[in-house]
Ligand binder design. Sequence first.
Ligand SMILES: *Cc1c(COP(=O)(O)O)cnc(C)c1O
Length: 231
Amino acid sequence: MSIAENIAKIRAQMNEAAIAAGREPKEILLCAATKMNDADAVRAAIAGGVDVCGENRVQELTQKLSQHAYDGAPVHFIGHLQTNKVKQVVGKVDLIQSVDSLRLLEAIQKEAQRQNIRQDILLEVNIGQEESKSGFHAEEILPLVKEFSKYPNICLRGLMAIPPISQNSGDNRKFFEKMCSLTVDITTKNVDNICVDILSMGMSDDFADAIACGSTMVRIGTAIFGQRHYA
Ligand SMILES: *Cc1c(COP(=O)(O)O)cnc(C)c1O
């Protein structure tokens, strides 16, 4: 199947999951996880109707930006970002989804201030409390959000999570539900610099469950582009 056909199929499945959950299909955005796919594949995904492109690696982002691969769609950063590379990402992407430490948050604030811009971000939550993963623990989120006025050049738009790899379909629902209630908690707080309207969760294998639990953005790689070939 072509990239466009894959996207049409995913859209149909997204719509079905939304309607089954009593939600409006248009509330949920489709982000193409474009890592290891070249500029032409990215262009095909945009032509096929994805809402957003999400890039994982700074080097790929920089290269595809220079190739104008993302023209016609917003681009998000969704991978682990080292603090020494924030200059190559801040101001270059519409949203940094993967802010996974205080150190990174501070580095982004500093760089956004230097550029005199306001950078939109999501906080990444290590919702499965996995040692191998970065991200904030769920209980760190509320206290951090309450202090968000410390980051005047950052706008917090919501939360992102990559739950543990699951054995059985449905296994991750408990994590998705936890993410949703955490989002509700921070939405009801009246704090400067926050405008929470995004909950980014759900990938190729579990996006329907994520939508059932309140996701507003699914990030899909394999189901759009096929298997990635790691060298
Ligand atoms: C690769 C990636 C995805 C997409 O994963 P698939 O299982 O290929 O759909 C989503 N989110 C992040 C952060 C990724 O790195």
